[in-house]
Design a protein. Structure first.
Length: 167
């Protein structure tokens, strides 16, 4: 855990020094702990301090390969309950297409998942559109977090450009 319930304005920018992937992806354990911790934190807040919208953003560069504590069925139930009973919104971002397929298998709506280009611009663009969608949700301009065909095409174009540059 890098930052726990800190205002985004005081969270330092992620850099190669502060955010280091560790070659394995315990995705189910991370989701299970994250959902459980957030639900407990929100339940402990007085009603007037509880947020109107809860958005759970998942960003990964790979798919599940190292969980020991949580099963897929347990996490799928946690996600379904958070969505159906508490109105949470989940969005899933990954540069790995298999991980996007995995998100659907966890109960995250395909419209709320984005396969982004594994480049600096692809990541920035994915974060930018996600931020805009969260703002639209919070302001009432949107009812959910769904990526448009144009946003998906922009990522496809960035991936194609990267492949062309690698040739």
């Amino acid at each position: 855990m890098l930052h726990d319930f800190r205002p985004i304005a005081v969270v330092p920018e992620l850099t190669a020094a502060t955010y280091v992937p560790r070659a394995s992806t315990p995705l189910l354990d991370t989701l299970g702990r994250g959902i459980g911790d957030l639900a407990a934190r929100l339940a402990g807040l007085p009603d007037d301090r509880r947020p109107e919208h809860t958005v759970f953003v998942i960003v990964t560069d790979g798919r599940e390969n190292a969980s020991l504590e949580f099963t897929r069925d347990t996490v799928m139930t946690m996600i379904r309950d958070a969505q159906d009973l508490n109105g949470w919104q989940f969005t899933f971002l990954s540069a790995d297409l298999d991980a996007i397929r995995e998100a659907a298998g966890l109960g995250i709506r395909p419209a709320s998942s984005l396969h982004f280009a594994k480049t600096a611009q692809g990541t920035r663009t994915a974060y930018h559109v996600t931020s805009r969608h969260v703002s639209d949700l919070r302001s009432g301009k949107a009812r959910d977090l769904s990526y448009s065909d144009d946003e998906r095409k922009a990522q496809d174009d960035l991936r194609k450009r990267r492949k062309d540059e690698e040739k």
